[in-house]
Design a protein around this ligand. Structure first.
Ligand code: AMP
Ligand code: MG
Length: 331
């Protein structure tokens, strides 16, 4: 049985010691809970892939306490420097080339020369990374393909018996995984939408929003691991449902329609940030009720709404979608 620790100063040192010994430590970030392992320890990274059941072609994000720490091992580009100044610490992940002396395990990068990097803003994540003093790979702390955890309880539900420590820092503030961009060129390419939107990136870089392209979900070369089916509850998900059908649970936004079954609103006031923060926890809650499926209201595609819709599309995708198999074959 795993120890679920409420965080004290000592637990950061305990967490760092477990990471140094090759163990797995779940910790809060502002996006979702991450499952951390020493990025330079191949045995630890292999343990992480095994604990999650994550396909080996899906590369991990290396987390560091500071942007300076990232640029000690990653090759800086003009756009990455500027974006780091504006968005780190925060929910932006940048794919960059590695410097020759980088010790990050090739298992963590799925054999790619590049590596994804992030500096999280959450104070507990920062304290753990500072105590560890090196890159920590940390995918979401859940079995691969399932709904990401936004509380320590969610982590314990999915992985409790497979990991060494869970640091409990309460609910994650943003609730959706980071925006992932390829920052190697002059203009970034969005590999996964998140709280940092294309218009926010364009404003900082002084470019036209149209210049910032997005990878398609079947773009296996630039966005390995972005599978069509992901973030999936156990029950089927039906999107853009103005009304629930009899027997369905309903996940709405704003005021809820009358319904004789489980119903939750992502945000009573229709606020998209609040909706993002509630999305995964509410999908989990509805999934636990005995129902035929989960119907989800249409969500506006503005701002963080685009990231909510990306996660919902993957939650609703057929579980044996051929795109997933195609991705696997090509990487
Ligand atoms: P997560 O599943 O939240 O750990 O997100 C990691 C995602 O970032 C992966 O699924 C990839 O799509 C993307 N990623 C990580 N490393 C790279 C890389 N070197 N090149 C391109 N995409 C990457
Ligand atoms: Mg994940």
């Amino acid at each position: 049985m795993v120890n679920k620790h409420h965080i004290t100063a000592a637990t950061f040192c305990d967490g760092a010691a477990i990471l140094r010994a090759g163990g797995l430590v779940a910790f809060p970030t502002e996006t979702v809970y991450g499952l951390g392992a020493d990025a330079c320890n191949t045995a630890a990274v292999n343990r992480l892939f095994a604990a999650k059941g994550r396909p080996s072609f899906n590369p991990l994000i290396a987390h560091l306490a500071t942007a300076e720490g990232v640029f000690e091992i990653a090759q800086e580009t003009p756009s990455s420097r500027l974006l780091a100044q504006h968005f780190w610490p925060g929910p932006l992940t940048m794919v960059l080339a590695q410097q020759a002396h980088s010790q990050i395990s090739t298992v963590a990068t799925a054999g790619l020369d590049s590596c994804a990097f992030r500096v999280p803003a959450n104070a507990d994540a920062k304290a753990l990374l500072t105590a560890f003093n090196g890159p920590v790979v940390a995918p979401s702390a859940n079995p691969s393909g399932q709904v990401s955890p936004t509380t320590a309880g969610h982590v314990a539900d999915g992985l409790g018996n497979k990991i060494d420590l869970i640091l409990d820092g309460g609910r994650c503030q943003i609730g959706l995984e980071s925006t992932v961009i390829d920052a190697r060129g002059a203009v970034p390419r969005i590999l996964r939408p998140g709280a940092i939107t294309a218009s926010m990136l364009a404003a900082v870089l002084g470019c036209d929003i149209g210049e910032i392209t997005s990878a398609k979900s079947d773009d296996a070369v630039t966005a390995p691991g972005m599978l069509a089916s992901h973030y999936a509850p156990h029950h089927a998900v039906r999107l853009n449902a103005a009304q629930p059908r009899p027997g369905e649970a309903y996940l709405g936004i704003g005021e809820l329609p009358a319904h004789d079954g489980p119903c939750l609103t992502l945000s009573a006031s229709g606020d998209l940030q609040e909706a993002a923060a509630n999305l995964f926890a509410m999908l989990r809650d509805l999934d636990r009720t005995v129902i035929d499926g989960i119907a989800v209201a249409p969500i506006a595609d503005d701002g963080i709404g685009a990231a909510i819709n990306d996660r919902l599309r993957r939650a609703a995708a057929p579980r044996d979608d051929p795109t997933a198999a195609a991705c696997r074959d090509r990487v």
